[in-house]
Design a protein around this ligand. Structure first.
Ligand code: C2E
Ligand code: MG
Ligand code: MG
Length: 306
């Protein structure tokens, strides 16, 4: 349809006879090296080394035990506040952690990709959303105003036929006001499947749930194509990717990117959130640039709240 697409390659390399002389093992080693390339951010190559076999074993152990994490109640939700220009609390992002019986706290960066591979990411995300709803209801009953909770979802949720019905059931089950729930989808997810994203995100909006675009600036989308898509999605907040935000005190280029993204969002009537706000210098710059909201370690690290 005359759209421009950006394709990247993640490559793993193993070499005979140095790494192995067995064909299957060579392929397996190249595969481990390819996973490293993907995990390092894609669009790069890596040569195999022995540490990768150790990492692959670790992955395997995590993957097999992740099946039991939900059943054994090993997941926790952490909250990170989001602040407006006058330092008022507007809400919080809900971030999942896996409290592994032997390994301690496992980051979602490690286990979300495994949950996707296992095909249980929708169960994880629905668990997170339901527990966020339960916690919000408890706070409201105590008279505490925490604002809007934002939960993360993936492409695999959007592509599941039952997702909308599952969310609808959760809202009804807990008699929850959907105004207090935002769902975050990355720019990358939307641009990978714009048609489905537009359909599903509009259905969520019809349920009363607002949509945030996460990690904006890393999805490699062409600008005109993105604007065309975004105008068909009811977006409430656009989150400027932390990799730019945290560099604005020392990088003019990062500052220009944040400034441009911020004006683009405002011209589409979308409010902006800066993530990875780590120090006062960043806060000062963001104020100058007119970014609406902020979230980051400078204000508070994600933590369990009851
Ligand atoms: P995200 O949605 O972009 O979340 C922001 C990440 O930045 C969080 O990492 C947060 O802890 C971290 N962060 C917050 N403030 C700062 C800061 O000032 N500096 C730095 N360097 N980092 C900061 P976390 O909690 O490890 O989550 C990582 C990613 O995992 C999230 O990125 C999100 O994509 C995914 N994730 C987390 N919870 C869920 C979930 O329930 N479902 C799904 N599908 N994905 C989740
Ligand atoms: Mg997020
Ligand atoms: Mg983000």
């Amino acid at each position: 349809e005359h759209h421009q697409h950006f394709v990247s390659g993640s490559i793993g390399i193993s070499i005979a006879p140095d790494d192995s002389t067995d064909l299957n093992e060579l392929i397996q080693f190249a595969d481990s090296a390819m996973y490293k390339s993907k995990n390092d951010g894609k669009d790069r190559y890596n040569f195999y080394n022995a540490q990768m076999t150790k990492d692959a074993k670790e992955r395997f152990i995590l993957k097999t035990t992740l099946h039991y994490a939900l059943k054994n109640n090993e997941l926790d939700i952490y909250f990170q506040p989001q602040i407006d220009k006058e330092d008022n609390l507007i809400g919080a992002e809900v971030l999942v952690r896996w409290n592994h019986p032997n390994k301690g706290i496992v980051s979602p960066y490690h286990f979300i990709p495994l949950a996707i591979e296992l095909g249980i990411i929708d169960k994880v995300d629905l668990w997170v959303i339901e527990n966020a709803i339960i916690q919000h209801t408890k706070w409201q009953q105590k008279g505490l105003k925490v604002g809007i909770l934002s939960c993360n979802i993936t492409m695999y949720d959007i592509e599941k036929d039952r997702f909308i019905d599952d969310i609808k059931s959760l809202i009804h089950k807990h008699n929850f006001n959907p105004y207090y729930l935002n769902l975050e989808v990355t720019e990358e997810t939307i641009m990978k499947n714009p048609k489905k994203s537009i359909a599903v995100l509009n259905k969520l909006k019809n349920l009363g749930i607002n949509i945030n675009i996460d990690d904006f600036g890393t999805g490699y989308s062409s600008f005109s194509h993105f604007v065309e898509i975004i105008e068909r999605i009811p977006v409430k907040l656009l989150k400027i990717d932390g990799s730019y935000v945290k560099k604005i005190p020392e990088s003019e280029k990062a500052e220009k990117i944040v400034k441009t993204v911020n004006s683009m969002a405002h011209s589409l009537n979308i409010k902006t959130v800066a993530e990875f706000v780590e120090n006062e210098k960043i806060v000062e710059k963001l104020e100058k640039l007119g970014v609406d909201y902020a979230q980051g370690h400078y204000f508070e690290e994600p933590r369990i709240l009851v």
